[in-house]
Design a protein around this ligand. Structure first.
Ligand SMILES: Cc1cc2nc3c(=O)[nH]c(=O)nc-3n(C[C@H](O)[C@H](O)[C@H](O)COP(=O)(O)OP(=O)(O)OC[C@H]3O[C@@H](n4cnc5c(N)ncnc54)[C@H](O)[C@@H]3O)c2cc1C
Ligand code: FES
Length: 293
């Protein structure tokens, strides 16, 4: 059981959860992930480590509501308990003193770059963080990364904050002005792919953190199979970090869309139940207010 200590909405449909898991937090390192189960019957959902408070034993995760279980997690009340938070899983990010290390986070991938930025700085790197979102109101972790990296560059698709364009617009500029020695990208697959295509001709080592469908998270089910340099690897045990220049992104995209119709059905059913609960609560409030009058 893991107690939810905090649940804050950072942006529309994006929540920061802090849960109490002291043993896990003691062992966890940047780049790893956990698998959560809300209850005995619940599905297992992988979530990246978005922060570690070792003193208080708190794990931070930033969760985007995209389907049934992520919606339930975003609705989790402070003080409630999650049945299982298993981890730390996967290999930590390999941190060395690379020189100028650049971490690129897009969308929900902004959260896991934060602990990586801290670890890189601790190892003596000069760090630049690049974050991007569609619009300013969808950005988060700006304060954390302003403090956690030596330089922060922000790009928004609509130009409402920072550079107008994608994270690759900012990275392209950086490659010209202050060439990175090492790049890591975490975010949607098309964004990670675009970053690797940008760094490839410059021969800049580029790590991506892959997020294929995971089921058991132990290397047994084969669900998270990815092809890297023509070899089959399992993202849950061999990754989630891989050399981005060797990843078969076409296969990754194809495998990720396999379960879309089932996921859509489960999400719609949960949204219906959430709507009914909200209506019931509103009716109760009206009745109570009427009785008090
Ligand atoms: C290593 C890793 C780290 C992740 N970190 C984060 C994070 O920090 N924050 C965050 O919001 N999301 C993260 N995800 C994605 C998250 O696991 C999915 O959004 C979540 O499982 C969706 O479940 P659902 O029931 O809400 O949606 P569903 O309706 O079941 O699915 C919606 C979409 O989520 C993805 N997804 C669904 N099930 C899984 C699964 N078992 N494994 C991987 N992806 C799945 C698929 O792209 C799917 O189309 C991570 C995934 C991986 C593999
Ligand atoms: S999730 Fe089952 S092998 Fe990786």
């Amino acid at each position: 059981m893991a107690k939810v200590i905090e649940n804050i909405e950072l942006a529309p449909k994006v929540h920061r959860l802090r849960v109490e898991v002291p043993r896990l937090v003691r062992k966890a390192r940047a780049g790893q992930f956990v698998i959560i189960r809300l209850d005995e019957q619940g599905e297992r959902v992988p979530m990246s480590i978005g922060g570690l408070d070792r003193d208080r034993g708190l794990l931070t995760m930033v969760i985007q509501e995209v389907g049934k279980t992520s919606a339930q997690l975003c609705d989790a009340a402070e003080g409630s308990e999650l049945t299982d938070v298993v981890g730390p899983l996967g290999e930590p990010t390999e941190i060395e003193n690379f020189g100028h290390a650049v971490i690129v986070g897009g969308g929900i991938g902004i959260a896991p770059i934060y602990p990586v930025a801290l670890a890189l700085r601790e190892a003596g790197n000069r760090t630049t963080a690049i974050i991007g979102a569609r619009s300013e109101h969808l950005l988060f972790y700006r304060e954390e990364l302003t403090a956690g990296a030596d330089r922060l560059m922000v790009a928004t698709d609509d130009g409402s904050f920072g550079l107008k364009g994608f994270v690759t617009t900012a990275l392209e500029q950086l490659i010209e002005d202050d060439r990175p020695d090492w790049v890591m990208a975490i975010g949607p697959v098309p964004m990670m792919r675009a970053v690797t295509e940008l760094t490839r001709p410059h021969k800049i080592p580029t790590v991506v953190s892959l997020n294929p469908i995971m089921i058991d998270g132990t290397g047994m089910c084969g669900g998270c199979r990815v092809s890297v340099g023509g070899e089959t690897r399992f993202a849950c045990v061999d990754g989630p970090d891989f050399d981005g220049h060797r990843v078969d992104f076409d296969e990754l995209v194809q495998r990720q869309s396999q379960y879309k119709p089932f996921e859509k059905k489960a999400y719609e059913a949960y949204l219906g139940r959430r709507h009914e609960c909200n209506l019931e609560r509103a009716m109760k409030d009206v009745t109570t207010a009427g009785e008090g009058a």
